[in-house]
Write a protein that binds this ligand. Structure first.
Ligand code: SGN
Ligand code: CA
Length: 518
């Protein structure tokens, strides 16, 4: 008998170690999905039953943040477990160096079957995956194109990106090599600008009156230069025709709203990309917006009020499709029995302004954009309905997945494994602050480069190209309205936080900008 068991261990061992015993990983990543637009985090705006299942059956992270709140850098950080200054991907324009360390490649070498479907956005082609199908650049909601591994591009004239990405994920799962565990990344394009929803959801949300955030009409008086100079105002920087899909003909006789020739032309080519039958329906649906403008000719706050409603209707409608996708993938795992041994993670590249300060977009180290949703489900391992309030960051995703897969975490990775948190345990040393560094300037929204640290209580931010410091008391002022950097009541805290910032910079080896931070 013993001899038989030894025999089994010897011959079956590698199979069991490299085979079904190791958990599968399904990583679902959306684009610009703010946590406030997930009902597990905030019930004000939308109901997301699919994503909420992860919170109910697993763990929700309440203090998850990113290290550089912009798309491609966030993706590079997920793949490497490193800050932008270490993986070289500081902005959306760099070509990603895939010859560097990538966690999917490590998993692949360790016997995992790895795949990525959806948005990639890193200029060079993916590496470290057995299978990939990516949207070119930002991708298109309608008539999406996918680039395959043979560098072949296929256009899907009648498809919608979110549903097609989900179908492709399921097809890959159906056809995967079953002797190996898998790590599948499903990267949705949605709900990125310019927020083209599925028609059924657009109709549903067109009937909604979305609650306004308290700071929608915020005044910039008394605010710093970085805050004032950004170009992410719903009122001034969001296009009626392109972002809110209003036919320029409605604006013809309203001098203050009239579309430029370029905008009118862009509108026509945008509409031409929508399948014809659907285009007619959308034109009819969005005519109500145009008629409202023609009737009211709103300006200032009145115009902002309407723009906010239409922006949010489309944004939330895009999320409804993402939520259905998450629901469908969870059902797939259930019906195939895979749910028993699969860690499911849902996250987004960063947060997004949903009208706070009158803004859209991200980039800033302010909590709205620095925070990102993070939810995980792992049957039998993560206790259902649990919440984690520790400071976690997107550099932690790679080491967490490696740890769950039973893999060694290379010392070059800058994040920590969250596995202990997931198991409800407190690791021996807790992180007390998070480091942040944003670079891309002046495109697209004129946000000055900045860096800083966030503790549970305070945030210190330095816009180093304009020499401006900001500091916030997050407990007293969670919406970061009052810059307390020069407030005498906080005088002793400034050097203390600066010391922590310098320590974090040295710990994470960030040497830019050179010299002292004064
Ligand atoms: C586009 C958007 C911007 C957005 C960037 C980056 N403009 O340029 O609003 O900040 O992408 O987004 S758009 O008019 O083309 O929609 S990111 O998600 O890739 O970082
Ligand atoms: Ca994004």
């Amino acid at each position: 008998m013993i001899r038989f068991l030894l025999y089994c261990c010897f011959f079956m061992g590698p199979f069991v170690m490299q085979g079904q015993q190791r958990p599968n990983i399904l990583f679902i990543f959306s684009d610009d999905h703010d946590a406030d637009a997930i009902s597990a985090y905030n019930k004000t705006l939308i109901s997301t039953p699919g994503i909420d299942r992860l919170a109910r059956e697993g763990m929700k992270f309440n203090n998850h943040f990113v290290s550089n709140a912009i798309c491609a850098p966030a993706r590079a950080t997920i793949l490497t477990g490193k800050f932008s200054h270490m993986n070289g991907h500081k902005d959306n324009r760099t070509a990603f160096d895939t010859s560097q360390y990538l966690f999917p490649r490590q998993l692949q070498q360790a016997g995992y079957q790895t795949a990525l479907i959806g948005k990639w956005h890193l200029q060079t082609l993916p590496a470290g995956f057995d299978h990939w199908e990516i949207l070119p650049g930002q991708g298109q909601y309608y008539k999406p194109r996918f680039i395959g591994m043979k560098n072949d591009t296929i256009t899907y004239p009648n498809a919608y990106a979110t549903t097609l990405t989900t179908e492709k994920a399921k097809t890959w799962l159906d056809n995967r090599e079953r002797s190996k565990p898998f790590m599948l990344m499903v990267n949705h394009k949605a709900p990125h600008r310019n927020w083209w929803p599925e028609y059924k959801h657009a109709v549903h949300f067109s009937k909604f009156r979305i609650p306004e955030p308290p700071t929608l009409y915020a005044d910039t008086a008394g605010k710093g230069k970085a805050y004032r100079d950004q170009e992410m105002r719903i009122l001034d920087d969001m296009s009626l025709c392109i972002d809110l899909k209003i036919d320029p003909s409605f604006l013809e006789n309203i001098p203050q709203l009239k579309a430029s020739a370029k905008e009118a032309k862009d509108y026509q080519s945008m509409m031409a990309a929508i399948p014809e039958e659907l285009r007619k329906k959308f034109i009819a649906l969005y005519a109500e917006r145009g008629e409202t403008l023609r009737r009211l000719k709103p300006t200032g706050k009145e115009l902002l009020k309407w723009k906010y409603q239409w922006y949010m209707q489309d944004y939330l409608a895009c999320i409804a499709s993402v939520d259905e996708s998450v629901g469908a993938l969870l059902n797939y795992l259930d019906s195939t029995g895979l749910a028993e041994n699969t860690l499911v993670i849902y996250s987004s590249d960063q947060g997004f302004y949903l009208g706070e300060n009158g803004w859209f977009d991200k980039r800033f180290m302010y909590d709205v954009s620095m925070q990102s949703p993070l939810l995980m489900k792992w049957k039998g391992r993560i206790k259902p309905g649990t919440v984690n309030n520790d400071l976690t960051q997107n550099i932690d995703i790679a080491p967490t997945i490696l740890d769950v897969a039973g893999e060694h975490i290379p010392s070059e990775i800058q994040g920590i494994s969250l596995k202990q948190y997931m198991m409800g345990k407190t690791p021996p040393t807790k992180r007390t602050s998070l480091y942040y560094h944003y670079y891309e300037f002046p495109v697209d929204h004129h946000v000055y480069p900045h860096l800083g640290i966030r503790t549970k209580k305070y945030k210190l931010v330095y816009f180093y190209t304009i020499g401006e410091w900001e500091m916030y008391d997050l407990q007293k002022d969670p919406t970061e309205k009052n810059n307390i950097y020069s407030d005498p009541a906080y005088k002793s805290l400034v050097p203390e936080l600066k010391k922590q910032l310098i320590e974090r910079r040295s710990f994470y080896k960030d040497t830019e900008p050179a010299g002292e931070l004064n």
